[in-house]
Every structure is written in C-alpha cells, then in structure tokens.
Design a protein around this ligand. Structure first.
Ligand SMILES: [Zn+2]
Length: 230
C-alpha cells in the first residue's frame, strides 16, 4: 500500500492539518514491525522516530543491565523517540515491538526540526509525553500497591486498547516483564483469569472473551487512565 493511501491512524500524525501531513509524507517511511523487533536500546542514538499505526510497542527498563521491566505501552496513541524533541537524541529505554503491525518512521533530525517549527505537532507530542509520564508514574504506584492478577488484567486491557484487538500473542517472559514477577506468578495470574472465563489463554495466544468482566477484575488504575488514549 502506498503511504498516501494509508489512513492516518496514528493520533499524533492524525492531529496535523492535511497540508502539513501531505508535506511530511515524502519523509515518512512505512515500516512493518514484527513482534520481538527492538527499535532502540537504552543510551542508543536514534536515527528514526516511530509513529505506530497498528503496531504495539513496549518500553522496557533494564535494571542492573539484566532485569527487564516494562514501564509503558504505546500504540497508535503515541510514538517512540519523543525524547529527541526534548533535547536528548538517546533512547531512554529499550523499545520492543510487542504486537506486529505497521508504523511510519521519520528521521530524528527532521522530526526535531518539525517539532520546533510546527505548533500543532509540538502540542500533540507534548500531550503524548504528558500521557506517557502519567502512565509511567501510575504504573509505578500500581506495581507497589496492586495484586498481580488485577495488574495483569489492567495490562491486557491496555494492550487491547492500543492494538485494536482483543486477540494477541504475548509470551510468559513478556508478561513477567510487564508484571515484574517470575514465571510462576505469571502462570497463576493468567490461569486464574482463564478460570474466571475472562480470557482464553493457550501457548501465548490471548483472547479477551469478557472485556467488561476483565475491566471489573482490573485494578482501579485502568479505569483511572481510561479515555486518555484512543
Ligand atoms: Zn493498579
């Protein structure tokens, strides 16, 4: 599909006036991202910034260089590389593709130029950075106070909202990164949600079968942030 035929589904790019989007289009490259792809490592200079269309990204923190911990999810609601606009060309975390899909990418240098000169883009990026900051701070509180099972329900709902589907693949390892717990904790939480007929889960394939029920099972953090994405 040609880029010009792509519906603009990314929220940041979608906020641009059509004339701005058309002007930037030759500089936006359509890329297909596969689950497991790494778009940037902590401290790495980023040549491109990414605007997911239907890909789902997770931002991971490496604690002591080895323990991986997910701090946030981003899909069509945001981007990867916003730190460049705030003065840092370095990736603050590992950006891992969690759900395969497409994204538009732009050279970091051009993105920074555009951010400085284009007020609409600047507002959209800053709104996203605020939402991301809130997501990260709320996740920190969530990890401290809420139970594994209700936290898993929250992450699954967040994934569904950003992925436009209630069916996706996620490994036990990745769920462990999201929850900050070992494998057995992940297994117990996923089994419990399955027994309650809220999800179906087999070999990494998750199907949310009862969305309202899963929402009830999720901690209050999900309802608190609901509506900030889309
Ligand atoms: Zn919570």
């Amino acid at each position: 599909m040609l880029q010009s035929q792509l519906p603009v589904v990314n929220k940041i790019l979608g906020s641009l006036p059509r004339s701005d989007y058309q002007r930037l289009l030759p500089h936006l490259e359509l890329v297909e991202l596969s689950a497991g792809d790494v778009l940037g490592e902590p401290g790495e200079t980023l040549r491109h910034v990414y605007f997911p269309s239907d890909a789902l990204l997770s931002f991971l923190n490496l604690v002591d260089g080895k323990n991986v911990f997910a701090v946030a999810l981003t899909g069509r609601d945001g981007m990867f590389g916003a730190a460049a606009a705030l003065g840092s060309p370095l990736s603050p975390y590992r950006a891992l593709v969690l759900g395969s899909g497409s994204a538009l990418r732009m050279k970091t240098k051009l993105f920074v130029q555009e951010f400085r000169s284009n007020e609409v883009l600047r507002d959209a990026v800053l709104r996203y950075v605020l939402a991301l900051t809130l997501q990260i701070s709320e996740s920190a509180a969530c990890n401290r106070f809420h139970l594994i099972e209700e936290r898993l329900a929250r992450w699954l709902l967040m994934m569904r909202d950003r992925f436009s589907s209630g069916q996706f693949h996620i490994t036990h390892e990745m769920m462990g990164h999201l929850l900050g717990v070992r494998r057995v904790g992940v297994t117990n939480a996923a089994q419990s949600l399955k027994q309650r007929a809220l999800i179906d889960y087999s070999r990494g394939a998750i199907d949310i079968v009862d969305g309202p029920g899963l929402k009830e099972a999720a901690c209050s953090c999900y309802r608190k942030v609901e509506g900030r994405h889309g």
